[in-house]
Design a protein around this ligand. Structure first.
Ligand code: FMN
Length: 319
């Protein structure tokens, strides 16, 4: 099985990806960038270019993700991405955010199946890049997916990454494994599963319920997002489970501390002012606190910190 880092806008930028790669990258096969949106006058703004520039992505397999519903814009950005050396590009058909979906992009695009089909047709006629799709299963009804899969089956994708929730569910409830199972049985493209794998036990359950009947090894990859944010060693633990059946792991606090310090220091170098760094680190602690059960009091101190010195003191106390 291959393992991928999911794109997480505002979190898995190049600083996070590099830190994961250096401290927990063993077993990570692909790193997806948060979505890039084509701009009217240029493909990338300075922040986006900074994220995808090859010098910030050395030694890892990075896949840029594009969010658009215009084939013309996609083909323009695709040329610029290829000029930077990228041969594989992912298209976002899953973003549920109101501002994106209301413009018919991300998961919003799934409501316009004819337009989506035309978009893919134009893209495949005009590109030599390897194209993968990251898709939700519909807008309101999980059974929307049957029609979507008929469309996806018309194209030769690098892979089809499925987050089996509909747009309206955002991240609530549980993923619709029965729909993913339908994809395993009916997709002409190879599949990557994404959604709510937070532990070895979750992965084991996915294996038992879906992957064991994996039709011709059609599911060749698992993409993880919040599970990695909560526990960066998760991929390594899944690999160990696959190779040796190991299910229990000790928390390597000193490695996690080095990973944390690397992130903090790299954000310091990249961003101006304590507040921006604090914002980034606090957002991560929302997930990382899972590694420190019953430490709500110290987490409160981290959240309340207004200066980096206060933040550092709270983190020292936590460790
Ligand atoms: C804060 C946040 C930002 C996200 N940004 C993106 C994004 O830029 N592109 C994308 O395709 N999905 C994005 N997602 C969705 C994730 O890639 C992933 O599909 C989702 O979190 C489910 O996987 P998980 O349960 O492993 O986290 C985002 C999710 C979150 C929580």
């Amino acid at each position: 099985m291959q393992f991928y880092l999911a794109p997480l806008e505002g979190i898995t930028g190049y600083i996070y990806r590099n830190a994961i790669h250096d401290y927990y990258g063993h077993g990570m096969d692909k790193y997806f960038t948060p979505f890039l949106t084509p701009h009217t006058k240029c493909s990338f703004n300075a922040k986006e270019l900074n994220d995808i520039t090859p010098e910030h992505n050395q030694g890892m397999y990075t896949v840029p993700q594009v969010l658009t519903n215009s084939a013309e814009d996609f083909l323009r950005i695709e040329k610029d991405l290829r000029a930077l050396g990228y041969e594989e590009i992912n298209i976002n058909l899953g973003c549920p955010s109101g501002t994106v979906a209301s413009k018919g992009r991300g998961a919003g695009f799934l409501a316009e199946t004819q337009k989506l089909d035309r978009f893919l047709e134009e893209i495949f006629a005009g590109t030599n890049a390897k194209i993968s799709l990251k898709t939700r299963i519909g807008i309101d009804d999980p059974e929307d997916f049957y029609e979507l899969l008929d469309i996806y089956n018309k194209y030769t994708l690098e892979e089809l990454i499925i987050h089996p929730r509909v747009l309206r569910e955002y991240y609530k409830g549980t993923p619709h494994w029965e729909i993913f199972d339908y994809a395993v049985k009916n997709s002409k493209n190879t599949l990557c599963y994404n959604g709510d794998i937070f532990s070895v036990a979750d992965y084991q359950r996915l294996q038992d319920e879906i992957l064991k009947q994996n039709n011709g090894h059609k599911v060749h990859a698992i993409m993880l997002g919040r599970g990695i944010l909560q526990n960066p060693a998760l991929i390594e633990q899944l690999v160990q489970y696959e190779q040796n059946g190991i299910k229990e792991h000790d928390f390597d606090k000193s490695r996690f501390k080095m990973f944390h310090d690397r992130l903090r220091n790299d954000y310091m170098t990249q961003m101006s002012g304590d507040m921006n760094v604090l914002y980034k680190m606090k957002e991560l602690w929302f997930y990382m606190i899972m590694l420190f059960p019953n430490q709500e009091k110290v987490l409160k101190k981290i959240k309340k910190a207004k200066k980096l010195a206060e933040y550092d003191a709270a983190v020292r106390e936590l460790f």
